[in-house]
Design a protein around this ligand. Structure first.
Ligand SMILES: [Zn+2]
Ligand SMILES: [Zn+2]
Length: 156
């Protein structure tokens, strides 16, 4: 795969090493690119397919780190907050801004709120919507995403 570029800064992404995986990360804005293949390692096929489909139901957003076409920004609940995922449907790349990564809290470190909060970025993108108006998925539906996020977050 040719070098990936940050959708925000257009800088070439570097590699960040995590205990169980390696990710492509922007050293300027600290956004992270992962692949659908990585998400697939964290959940059963049917659930991951449904999640990937949901991530495609959104608005045009930043440029894909690989092919430069517009990605799709969609809200996805992850344990205690709503995050915005940006995905390139062709390259099967998922982009997270640092704002979203820092909002996500692994379940082991928190008591899950009954209604997930919007991350600052989700609040910007979804201005006017409240979490209640978003169809709250069950935890099981987005578990693969939560497990992926836990795997790509920097160790504490
Ligand atoms: Zn960047
Ligand atoms: Zn692409």
């Amino acid at each position: 795969m040719p070098a990936l570029r940050c959708p925000r800064c257009r800088a070439t992404l570097g590699t960040a090493v995590r205990p169980t995986t390696k990710i492509d990360r922007c050293s300027i804005c600290h956004g992270v690119a992962v692949t659908l293949a990585m998400l697939r390692r964290h959940g059963p096929e049917g659930r991951v397919d449904a999640l990937w489909k949901k991530m495609g139901e959104g608005r045009p957003a930043g440029q894909c780190p690989s092919c430069d076409r517009a990605m799709v920004a969609a809200p996805v609940a992850a344990w205690t907050c709503w995050l915005i995922t940006e995905t390139c449907r062709a390259c099967e790349i998922i982009w997270f801004d640092e704002k979203d990564l820092t909002t996500f809290t692994p379940i082991g470190r928190t008591l899950a709120a009954p209604v997930p909060k919007l991350s600052p970025r989700a609040a910007e993108v979804l201005a006017g919507l409240t979490p209640k108006e978003l169809a709250a998925p069950t935890l099981e539906e987005t578990r693969a995403l939560c497990d992926l996020l836990e795997a790509i977050l920097p160790p504490v």
